[in-house]
Every structure is written in structure tokens, then in C-alpha cells.
Design a protein around this ligand. Structure first.
Ligand code: NAD
Length: 285
């Protein structure tokens, strides 16, 4: 039987519609518009596209987005001064600094300078700590996109074996914490490049989530028949954009699978909007 295709594009559209109503209510009740400040340093073409898409998403749901474009030679001090100004600005509810930053700027101090209350990417150590303790202000966008994709497709996590491949700070690590948390109640195994006999571990998964950045890495023999497979990877190849999962082959065994593109990516984008509205609600309450 062919697997269920977990359509992130369609789901993102549904969530945006819901959000547009919530944003309109907020504007009416608070007499102010949720506002995201997007900071782009330099002119990396991929970053420009990401920021443009994020701003277009904001527009679709009625969130105001202000773009702050800084030249590639911006210094650390200049960027920190702008973040300080945005932290103080009562009209700004969310701050997003598009990564990567030019090499003369260290990323960590920049992310740490963003006020945790406006940290809609949820990268600030305070927000990471809150997430670990189960009392987050915001959920990081890609992990929350995965959680929402599972929840809205009625794929239960409680008591399930979840195997995550990839332990990055923005995807695998926070996602492992979120799915092991009370409420999600999964039994989580977090794998990485030193995991021994990865295929055997992956085959234990009721839900297999892959975020490593290696085209077609997960093959059919690594997947338990009927398992749900969530592919976070985005790899640019000669054949176009592909995920970390060999979609064709794994579709023969999986019970449900995300496409790439059109799976987790659109949900990552929509979660930024969710977080911006959440930030505005908190700051304007
Ligand atoms: P990263 O590049 O920071 O880290 C990669 C992780 O994969 C590391 O933990 C490493 O241990 C692990 N890994 C690498 N090779 C491995 C192997 N052979 N076996 C097991 N583990 C291995 O990762 P990232 O920033 O989380 O990105 C991962 C992928 O997800 C990339 O393709 C990225 O483009 C994509 N991504 C997609 C979205 C989205 O919205 N869909 C968001 C973020 C990242």
C-alpha cells in the first residue's frame, strides 16, 4: 500500500489561515500589529531569498515585517547596536537575525544579545534552558514544525519509539527534548555520526526523523515497515532539491512520509509567524 504523504505545504496554508484570523483579532483588541524585525547582513543570495519568503509569509497573515539590511562589512558592534535598538523598541515584538553572518561577526554573542522575550527563533540560551525545563516562551521553528506535522496528521507519539538522526542545536537536539517531554511522551533515541550500527537503530523506529544534510542517506533497509518517516534535510543536487531520505525507495516500506520539498520546510516558516504572534501577545498583555 502506498504511504500517506504528509503534505506540509497544504498544512502550512491551513495554519496560516487560522493565524490570519488570530492576528486580525489581536489587532482589533490591542490596537497594535504584531511586528517582526528581520535583520539581514550582507547579500548572500540564499539568505536574501529566505528573508524575502519570511516577510511574504508575514504579509499573508497580517504581521508587519520590517527589514533591516546591513552591508557585508558591518562590524559586530554595529550589529549589536541595532539589536539593542530593536530590543528597546516597543513596536517590535520579534527579532530575527538571518544566519549565517559574515565571518567578522561571531554568531553566539549576537544571538545572546536578542531579548529572550523577542527571540522568535528560540536560539537564546535562556530560551533553550526554558525548553529543557518544559516551560518555553517559544518553541524552535523546525522542531515545532515536525511536532505540528505529527499532531495534525493524528500520528501519536506517546509510548512510540522515535529515532532522530542528527543532533544539531537547531533541529535534532531540541526536537529530542520536545518529543521526550511530558505530553509528547515518546521514547527518543538521538543518533549522530558516531552512532554504531545506525541502520539497526533506525529500524527500531516507529517514527524516524532525519536531519543531517546528506542527500538520500536513509534507504529502505533502515526503515521498519509501516513507520512514519519525517525528512528534515534539504540538499541541493543536480537533480534539484532532495531530502536526507531516498523518497522513492523508502515510500515502498513507510506508512507515512514527508516529501522534500513541501514537507517540513513550509511548517518551519509558519512557526516563525506563530512565535511572532505569541511574542506580541506576551509583550502587549
Ligand atoms: P547540521 O549540519 O548542523 O548537523 C548535522 C548533524 O547530522 C550532526 O549532528 C551530525 O552528527 C549528523 N550527521 C552528519 N552525518 C551523519 C551521518 N553520516 N550519520 C549520522 N549522523 C550524521 O544540521 P542541521 O542544521 O540540523 O541541518 C540538517 C539538514 O536539515 C540540512 O539539510 C538542512 O538544510 C536541513 N534543515 C531543514 C530545515 C527545514 O525547515 N526543512 C530547517 C533546518 C535545517
Amino acid at each position: 500500500m502506498p504511504p500517506t504523504i504528509l503534505d506540509g505545504k497544504q498544512l502550512a496554508k491551513t495554519i496560516r489561515k487560522e493565524l490570519a484570523v488570530e492576528v486580525a483579532d489581536f489587532v482589533k483588541n490591542k490596537n497594535c500589529t504584531p511586528t517582526l524585525a528581520a535583520v539581514l547582513v550582507g547579500s548572500d543570495p540564499a539568505s536574501e531569498v529566505y528573508v524575502r519568503n519570511k516577510r511574504r509569509d508575514c504579509e499573508k497573515v497580517g504581521i508587519q515585517s520590517n527589514l533591516h539590511e546591513l552591508p557585508a562589512e558591518t562590524t559586530q558592534e554595529e550589529l549589536l547596536a541595532l539589536i539593542d535598538q530593536l530590543n528597546q523598541d516597543a513596536d517590535v515584538h520579534g527579532i530575527l537575525v538571518q544566519l549565517p553572518l559574515p565571518s567578522q561577526i561571531s554568531t553566539e554573542p549576537v544571538l545572546e544579545a536578542i531579548s529572550p522575550a523577542k527571540d522568535v527563533d528560540a536560539f537564546h540560551p535562556e530560551n533553550v534552558g526554558r525548553l529543557v525545563q518544559g516551560r518555553p516562551l517559544f518553541h524552535p521553528c523546525t522542531p515545532q514544525g515536525v511536532v505540528e506535522l505529527l499532531r495534525r496528521n493524528a500520528i501519536p507519539t506517546s509510548g512510540q519509539n522515535v529515532v532522530i538522526i542528527g543532533r544539531s542545536d537547531i533541529v535534532g537536539k531540541p526536537l529530542s527534548i520536545m518529543l521526550a517531554q511530558k505530553g509528547a511522551d515518546a521514547t527518543v533515541t538521538l543518533c549522530h555520526s558516531r552512532t554504531s550500527d545506525l541502520p539497526a537503530v533506525a529500524r527500531q523506529a516507529d517514527i524516524l526523523i532525519v536531519a543531517i544534510g546528506r542527500a538520500n542517506f536513509v534507504t529502505a533497509d533502515m526503515v521498519k515497515p509501516g513507520a512514519t518517516v519525517i525528512d528534515v534535510g534539504i540538499n541541493r543536487t543536480e537533480a534539484g532539491l532532495v531530502g536526507d531520505v531516498d523518497f522513492e525507495a523508502v515510500s515502498e516500506v513507510a506508512g507515512a512520509i514527508t516529501p522534500v520539498p513541501g514537507g517540513v520546510g513550509p511548517l518551519t516558516r509558519v512557526m516563525l509567524l506563530v512565535n511572532t504572534l505569541a511574542a506580541a501577545r506576551r509583550l502587549e498583555s
